[in-house]
Ligand binder design. Sequence first.
Ligand code: COA
Length: 425
Amino acid sequence: MSKALDGVRILDFTHVQSGPTCTQLLAWLGADCIKVERPGVGDITRGQLRDVPNADSLYFTMLNHNKRSITLDAKNPKGKEVLEALVKSCDVLVENFGPGVLDRMGLTWERIQELNPRMIYASVKGFGPGPYEDCKVYENVAQCTGGAASTTGFREGPPVVTGAQIGDSGTGLHLALGIVAALYQRNATGRGQRVLAAMQDGVLNLCRVKLRDQQRLQRGPLKEYSQYGESVPFGKAVPRAGNDSGGGQPGWILKCKGWESDPDAYIYFITQAPVWAAICKVIGQEDWITHPDYATPDARLPRLKAIFARIEQWTMTKTKFEAMDILNKDDIPCGPILSMKEILEEKSLRDTGTIVEVDHPKRGKYFSVGLPVKLSDSPAEVKRSPLLGEHNDEILRDVLRFDAKKIEEIKASGALGGSKPMAAE
Ligand code: COA
């Protein structure tokens, strides 16, 4: 079956997480993704957080499915020649090096346009133009500078970073959208363009509702934040709101049966207004359906802490899954706090291909997250990540159409490092 991005060839000059997330998504959508790596070392994540000796780490394998790997020393003259040939034969160059790295390699935007005016040159950087544009950035730095950390955690505690990789994977996702849009525009203009996704911008985009609240705060207290009900005055900036619901429907995380020994025996419970009567019936507090202190959303706002404490008395008598079953019969929005172990064991996620089992020649079988978007005409098939330099010969021969003599010259120059596939040290 054909794929959405069939015929698109990507020069994948990415490393670590943000860039590889982007190119992996494009590869799942059908793009031919050629990952350029430093000879002998490769993407640094091949060797980071290793769980199997001498095998590429899960860090690397889970971010680099469906790609081909070529090793290339971009600072060797022959390596540079190969790199420029790749620029000529690819549609998109994706990179997430530190600021200025590609320019120092001689691959300026001007040079890229000379080589291939149709080339889309896509980058992840920590910051957009401005005071911090020259800074190197990792995930948590982006979470802190994009507004996530200052708005995450509990009011009394310090800022907190989230486990969701909104800085790295989130920005990779934004970049993928930019690339697909640029490919579409190229159909009309015939020209490539630069695409930049700054991690600070990506995180801020995901924190949009907090910027909304910052502006609302200038007009009065944020009534849906539980600190309002607790009569704690607001300061000048949006506070951390613990587990308050982000929207206008108050919610909180409540203990369930077994919470004393299971750190994930909790449920997220939303007191959605249309099902208030059903909530009162389920917890056995039917008088709250009509009581003036509880009957309307506005009346409930200053009393949320007490309301959730009462609901928790009920949730503590049920496991999170029992509570989920009971509450869903009445369309009460809720969700069990699922551990990674539970998610990994969840059959429905396996059935849809959201969690896939992949076999790897050096590390054996492991699980990964597949394409989280399902396209009916472009199903994603998850293929293992490449070994370092596994496709050196086939890329030089079949993509760049170099003859045997030229390939030997390139190899002899040391530009590829070694000619045999190898796992990174
Ligand atoms: N051949 C020769 N040299 C190579 C090469 C190759 N195939 N691939 C990389 N290099 C060199 C580069 O030329 C550069 O050298 P230089 O600084 O002397 O010019 C160096 O390797 C890589 O530099 P850099 O990207 O700055 O790596 P780093 O490990 O110092 O920093 C990051 C890592 C992630 C902090 C940085 O890349 C960055 O800020 N990226 C943008 C933001 C981002 O994506 N962050 C999230 C990562 S998940």
